[in-house]
Structures are given as C-alpha cells and as structure tokens.
Design a protein around this ligand. Structure first.
Ligand code: DGJ
Length: 724
C-alpha cells in the first residue's frame, strides 16, 4: 500500500479479538482498539470508531490529539516513555518517523484468521530507518517487533527500542510475576495507577524474577472472569516490561530488551532487531488469555509432535555419584516402571566430581567412565529407553582446563573477573573461537553417542558480562550467540530435543522455546510447591512443554514428605518424569508409580492437546485445575487440598470448561488417593456421588458443581469427566 495522508484504518480480527490500527498520515501505526472482537465494521463505522476514540485537545498541552503509536515518539506529542532511546553523538535523540511503505494484509477486509503488516519508515534528519512488523495471529495473539537501521554516516548509539500496546482505562489492576530459585513465577498484583511500573531484568538470562507475563485487567479478574490484556517479551537476556498510565487517560503495556550502557552502537548500515513482543487479550479471564498462547505454540512447525516420553533424570537420584553399576540399576528400575527416556545429569565430564571444577571440559571423564558412556547408553537403549545428557555449554568453572587455556574467553569488564556464582563464570560465545570450540565439543558428543535429548543448563546470572579485551557490554551478543549455537546443533542433528533449564526455571520464554522442546520448571519438585509453580508457568506455556517430575518421598529442597499419589498426581500435569532413586523405593511405591506412568501414557493426548482450565475456587484451601479436550469430549481435573479447609465438609467444587449442553459422567480417576477423609477414625464418609459417579450437563457442573470430598491437606483427587 502506498502511504498517503488520507485516513486509513485497518481492522484485523481473529479468534474473538479485534485489532484496529490507524495507519493514516504517514505516521507510525497507532492502535485504535485492541481487545474484544468488534464484529464486521463497514468503513464508515471504522471511521466513526476512530472519531469516537479520538481524545479531545486539552489546555496547556500540545495542540491537537496525541495518539500513541506502537513505537511512541515525542515528536507526536507523547511525553511518556519513548519507544526509541538513543543518540548520535548527543544529537538525534528524538525521532519523527515517516512511513514509506506498508505491506501485508492492509485492506479493510475483515481477515478472520488475523493478518500482518510490515511498515517501513524513515527519519532522514536522524538518519534512521525503521521496520515494524505487527501481526494478529490465527490464535488471536498480537505479535510485533521493530528493526532499526542506521542510515547515517556516523555511529548511532541505541539505548532502548520498546514497543507498546494500549489497554482501556477500565483495566485497573495489574498482575505480573516474581520469583527465585526453587520458587519461580510467583504472582503479584498491584493497582494500575498513574505512573510507570517497570519490571527490569538484568540477570542476563530470562530470569526467575522476570515479569514473565504482565497482565492488566478489570478489577478482580480471575482465572475465568474479567477482561484481561497481557504481554510477554520473547527474549532470554535482559529485558524491561512496563505498565504506564498517564493523566491523559492513556494506559500502555510495553516491553523490549534492556540494553546495557553502550551495548548497541550501530555503525553506518547496521541494524538492531528488538525481541518479539507477544500480547494476548481475553474477555473471560486468564485461562482464555493463556489458551491463546498455548494454541499459538502448538501451531508452530517445531512444536514437539511425538508423545512426550516419560523421563527419568539422575540428578536427585545420584547427584555427582556417577557409578556405572548404580546407574544401571537405576535404569533397570526406571524401565520397570515404564520410563522411556533416561537422562544422565551433571558430573559425567572432565574433573567434574562436584560443582567446583571441570565445567567447560566437555570430554567424558576417564576417571568415572573408563569405557566412555557407551556401557551405560547400551544398557539404557537395550532397555528400550532413549538416552539424554546434561550440558551447560555457556559456562566454565575457573578450575577447568578450558578456563586455564583461555582465560580471555570469560565474560568480564575492567581488570577483574566477575564474582563467581556456583563457582563458575560465563563463556563469551559471541567470540568466534569460543563459539566454534563449544559447538565442536557438543557436536562431537552428539555424533559419538546416540543422544536423543540434551538437558541444557545455565546456572548463573550474567554479571559484568563484557567482551574481553575492552570490556564492552555483551549480554545482547551472548543471547544471540546461544540461539545460534542451539540452532546449529539442531540443524546438524535433526530430531535432537533440548530442554531449557537454568538452575531450575530461570530461562522460560517464547524465544528459547523456538529452539527447545520443554523447560525445566523448577529445581523444587516438592509437589505442594510445584502446584503453584506449575499453575503459573502454565499461564504462558502448555503442559507438554513443562518438565514435571516425581521426586523422592522426602522432598530434597523443602524436607517435606508427600505420598507418591500427591507427587505423581502433581507431575501428571506436564511432561512427566521421575527424579528419585528408584532403587530405594519400596515395592508398594514402585507398583503405584507404575500405575501413574501408565495413566500418564494413556492420558498424554488429552493432557498435551487439551485446553488448560483453572477454577476460581471459593475456598483458599483448594485449587482446582484440569484439562478439557479441544472437542470437550473428555476432561481430567485435579482437586488439590493445599491446606485444611475452614469448612467441613468443604462444599461444592465447580468444574469449568466443559461443553454446556453435553452430559458428562464424572467420577474419581484412579490411581490416587481414595478420598475417604479419614473415615476409619472419625466417621467421615465419601460424598454420595463418588460411588458410581454422576451424570450431569456441563453447565450444571460449571455452575452448581458437586460436593468436594474431605481431603487431608497436601493431597489431591483426580476427577474424570467423560461425555456420555
Ligand atoms: C541445576 C539444574 O536445575 C538441576 O536440575 C541440575 O541439572 C543441576 N543444575 C546440575 O548441576
């Protein structure tokens, strides 16, 4: 489309979402509406919408309305946070981009499956050009990114390139996330008041404390209620996520990479691309917002399509005690309960007998593996399981052959090394020799051994992460180098699966998931903690991408004890695995675990293809979550008692997400805790319906519900609802 000065409004629609963009006046695109589907609108109605939404001019402010572009500029009258921050030797600090070309789905035709547009714009005075891509995907997500090019003859120093989306002023509440090792993705709420709420992540990885999702919504929004708008920054390095509300009644959600001082200096002709920003709207609460992300991810060609194999990981089973016989026995026990993939964790290489040394020396340790990994791998594959291996390619112990040979490959600035964390430093993978070395080493392992899966770890923050010599800030380059490394290994080894682990769940974002097949949700596999961590990880990513393991009876990270049913019933909702020294489990525990493994295998299509649902349960002692098949023919719910209830019996639980008019047979799903509520001691009986189950329409189950069995705290019961 040739840009002109006439009004040009574009209305994209998909899956219950409308995105109306104002492309007029050769200015950068402005969002007139992002939210509920407005239905088909005739051109004159679109124009009327635009007029209706146009803010009036106010006194003692810029003359005329101030529409805010997806990349806000001061030249358009916007005095909030600018989208582009940078300068050319102190000048050109503010831009006035003029649109040159718009391509993509730019007719007013209603595009039912969404659409995309690409806007190229220039500011000849500042010597910059900009390409903006804005999409409404078939799942109803908005996805956008910007690329800035220095068209001038001198370097341009870039400090920020942020994109924004407006939300209506009736979005008065914010939800985002914080967290730490063993407690990732803790939700926090705040009023969406005037001013700027900034969530910065400077850890050089996605981070435990990342905003993850920044959601604005109507007062009191919940899992199934309220209008919500959320953004996610698809980036595995430093980033900034903001909610900004001005006294002009403008409310924006925005995000972009957080650039360190001097990190991006664009020489003439060079470009910088921002991370993708993903944004989801829902008319009915967080489940719908999450479902858009889940549909989007599932539609990707690279989305794992094979059934997610039952994993046994050696970490909490043996830690650094790599002993072939012990591991063979563990593999035997793993195969006996039905495991399909055996993953050898940290400790198999170099001098790595603990976490103080050897990291970076990617050679199988002759000390502990005198015949290499083949005897173990043969044993594992002989038992019908795939073999997986732990690596941490971005890191190095100072006490390692690699660090001794190439101290200049360590990221640093000034005359010092960064303080060690877990006794390790970060390898500068933007340095071609370091990149080539690590690529060659991991490639050699993948070539020498039949490795189906890499558990790719990343166990420290990037602190003072500069390129030696000179110490120029390097988190941006490092992040891109890691992507390149993964991409190249996957290109060379088609079918290789990778898990994104970062001391637990420190690297969970949609860009790393473009080249990995699951995330390790948390190092905490205490099932009670996991209920919370998994619930909120699932707010962005579907269950099949979440590594969820059954740990030992006594949780290693909390010293809490849970029965196998609670642990396995928690791990069921994810990519199921086991991280427990099964050679020490009792026959009874092994028999029960075998039943859970069988149930997981049976339910994989439902768990990994269905729609995740979360109840807004009235009783804080309970959580209700589940998965409903896309065609609503089948559903599995978990009713989880996280504490004792103040009510006795606890009253009804409502089952969301079923087809309103279909009739379902609902009954407890074995194996699992028989919810007898301590019957033998206190005369508590089961709810009447649990005998034979009940047959009720979905709308009744969603509104009236059924009586909750009395449950001990830290226990769960599974409920299966099948359409009759
Ligand atoms: C941190 C990971 O999160 C753990 O699962 C384990 O792989 C250790 N690193 C190994 O060092």
């Amino acid at each position: 489309m040739a840009p002109d000065s006439s009004d040009h409004l574009l209305h994209l629609r998909a899956a219950g979402v409308s995105l109306v963009l104002d492309l007029s006046g050769r200015r950068l695109p402005r969002v007139v509406h992002w939210g509920a589907d407005l239905g088909p609108l005739a051109p004159e109605e679109l124009a009327a919408l635009h007029l209706a939404q146009r803010p009036q001019p106010i006194g003692f402010s810029v003359d005329g309305p101030v529409p805010v572009a997806v990349l806000p500029e001061q030249s358009a009258g916007w005095l909030g946070t600018p989208g582009l921050v940078g300068n050319r030797g102190g000048a050109d600090f503010s831009t006035a981009f003029v649109t040159e070309e718009i391509t993509g789905d730019v007719t007013e035709d209603v595009a039912r499956e969404g659409g995309h547009l690409r806007v190229t714009a220039r500011d000849d005075v500042a010597g910059l050009s900009l390409t903006l891509t804005v999409e409404l995907t078939p799942a109803g997500l908005v996805r956008q990114r910007a690329t800035l090019t220095n068209e001038g003859t001198t370097p341009f120093s870039l400090d920020a390139l942020h994109l924004t989306l407006p939300v209506p002023t009736h979005a008065t509440e914010l939800l985002d996330f914080t967290g730490h090792h063993l407690r990732e993705r803790t939700p926090q709420r705040a009023p969406f008041s005037q001013g700027l709420r900034v969530r910065e992540n400077r850890t050089g990885r996605t981070g435990y404390d990342a905003a993850y999702l920044l959601v604005a919504g109507t007062a009191g929004f919940g899992n199934r209620t309220g209008e919500v708008w959320g953004v996610h920054t698809a980036w595995s390095g430093n980033h900034r996520t903001v909610a900004e509300r001005t006294f002009h009644a403008v409310a924006l959600l925005g995000s972009g990479e957080l650039l360190l001082s001097g990190e991006i200096l664009l020489r003439p002709g060079e470009s910088y691309a921002s991370p993708w920003q993903f944004a989801s709207y829902a008319a009915n609460g967080l489940d719908e917002l999450s479902a858009r992300f889940h549909r989007e991810l599932r539609a990707r060609p690279e989305h794992p399509s094979r059934p997610r194999p039952v994993v046994v990981n050696t970490w909490e089973a043996v830690y650094f005690d790599h002993d072939l016989d012990r591991l063979r026995r563990l593999a035997d026990a793993a195969a006996a309960v039905g495991a399909e993939r055996f993953v050898l964790d940290d400790g198999w290489f170099g001098s790595r007998r603990d976490d103080r040394r050897g990291l970076g020396d990617w050679y199988v340790s002759p000390e502990v593996w005198p015949e290499g990994l083949t005897p173990l791998i043969d044993h594992v594959t002989g038992l019908g399981m795939e073999f997986g291996l732990w690596v941490e390619p971005e890191m190095v112990n100072e006490d390692s052959e690699l660090a001794r040979a190439h101290p200049d490959w360590i990221m640093a600035t000034g005359d010092r090394l960064p303080g060690a964390a877990r006794h390790q430093q970060v390898l500068d993978l933007a340095r071609p020799e370091a990149f080539a070395h690590i690529l060659a080493r991991v490639d050699a392992l993948l070539t020498a051994y039949p490795i189906a899966y890499l558990k790719w770890d990343h166990n420290r923050d990037l602190v003072e992460a500069g390129h030696q010599p000179g110490g120029h800030a390097g988190v941006h380059d490092q992040t891109l180098a890691v992507y390149r490394l993964m991409d190249e290994l996957r290109r060379r080894h088609p079918g290789l699966e990778i898990e994104s682990c970062s001391s637990g769940g420190g690297r969970v974002d949609l860009e790393i998931l473009g080249r990995t097949d699951r995330v390790w949700v948390s190092d905490c596999i205490d099932a009670l903690e996991r209920q919370r961590i998994q619930r909120w990880t699932n707010a962005l990513i579907p269950l099949e991408l979440m590594g969820t393991h059954v740990g030992a009876g006594l949780a290693h990270t909390t010293d809490r004890r849970h029965p196998v049913d609670f642990r396995a019933g928690t791990a069921l909702f994810g990519h199921f695995g086991i991280e427990w020294d099964l050679t020490r489990a009792t026959p009874k525990e092994l028999a029960r675990l075998t039943e859970w493994v069988a149930l997981y295998k049976e339910l994989r299509p439902l768990l990994h293809g269905g729609v995740a649902v979360h109840g807004d349960h009235q009783d804080p002692a309970f959580e209700l979550h589940g998965v409903v098949a896309e065609d609503a023919s089948d559903a599995l719910f978990a009713l989880v008692a996280t504490a004792t209830s103040a009510a006795y019996p606890p009253g009804p639980v409502r089952l969301p997400g079923l087809a309103a008019d279909a009739v379902y047979h609902v009954r407890p799903q074995p194996p699992g805790e028989v919810p007898d509520g301590n019957a033998h001691r206190w005369g508590v009986a089961l709810p009447w319906w649990t005998d034979e189950g009940v047959r009720l329409p979905g709308r009744v189950l969603e509104t009236a519900g059924l009586q909750t069995p009395v449950l001990f705290p830290e226990r769960l019961v599974l409920l299966r609802a099948t359409r009759v």
